[in-house]
Design a protein around this ligand. Structure first.
Ligand SMILES: [Zn+2]
Length: 258
């Protein structure tokens, strides 16, 4: 049956002379692959350039085969500011690559769709690094990979004094369980509070959070390790990106999270 839905262009490549194939994250169907036949010739059906990051309304024909025929695409927003800001575009690009890598096709998830939209709306005004880690914490939570940030992942007790992060266990651990996790790394109490606050708080409020640079560095370290260990997603550890992100932290920081 013919369907209409909105979606973000995650990835695209040309197909033959005149057509285009794109990966799209839609509101009601999750990630889909669509072919736009005659994209470069029929201007009437496709009013959008289908740039990466753009939000469009699509008309398509869902079927069992992997690639769906898309007959219309109308641009809703192309997030123009991303074309003029390399740093924000790079941050958004990493997030889109992560969605592409981790989300299965046709696995509908309205929370993830809304999260993408909220982040692209907000990243224009806010510091990209902050939106970046808010997105990652919420994305891991909404998509079911949920790192444990509220209780000890070893004994389920409340976290109180010394708190550490264990990448192999996938969450925070208390000092009683510390010895059972060889990869545990101590983090500050503020970091643990911010992680759990971002995970549990509605997006409309969460961007008000104001962690210290030291705290942000620990959050970034935790997310980098988590994504590399559990998803083999190493883009945060890319030396060029890593250096860029580290430069945006306060230089007075003394703890070596790298
Ligand atoms: Zn414990």
């Amino acid at each position: 049956m013919i369907q209409k839905d909105v979606g973000f262009v995650i990835r695209r490549h040309n197909f033959r002379e005149t057509s285009l194939i794109a990966t799209i994250y839609t509101s009601r169907f999750g990630k889909i692959s669509g072919i736009f036949k005659g994209f470069y010739t029929s201007k009437k059906e496709f009013s959008s350039h289908l740039d990466i990051f753009s939000l469009n309304e699509f008309i398509f024909y869902p079927k069992k085969s992997e690639i769906w025929l898309v007959s219309h695409a109308d641009l809703i927003s192309d997030y123009q500011y991303l074309r003029n800001n390399i740093s924000k575009a790079r941050a958004a690009g990493i997030l889109f690559n992560l969605i592409d890598k981790t989300m299965q096709v046709w696995d509908e998830n309205k929370y993830v769709f809304d999260l993408i939209k909220n982040c692209l709306d907000l990243i224009e005004e806010e510091r990209e690094l902050k939106i970046f880690y808010i997105f990652l914490i919420k994305f891991l939570t909404f998509s079911g990979f949920q790192p444990e940030f509220s209780r000890c992942i070893g004994c389920n007790n409340k976290l109180s004094r010394n708190i550490a992060f264990s990448v192999s266990k996938g969450g925070l651990i208390c000092e009683d369980c510390f010895n059972n996790a060889r990869d545990a790394k101590i983090i500050s109490k503020q970091t643990s509070r911010v992680l759990s606050y971002i995970q549990e708080t509605d997006f409309s409020l969460v961007s008000r959070v104001k962690p210290t640079p030291e705290c942000e560095k620990q959050i970034f370290y935790i997310l980098k390790e988590f994504l590399a260990y559990h998803f083999e997603f190493n883009e945060l550890a890319d030396p060029k990106i890593f250096r860029h992100i580290m430069m945006s932290f306060n230089k007075t920081d003394k703890v070596g999270y790298s």
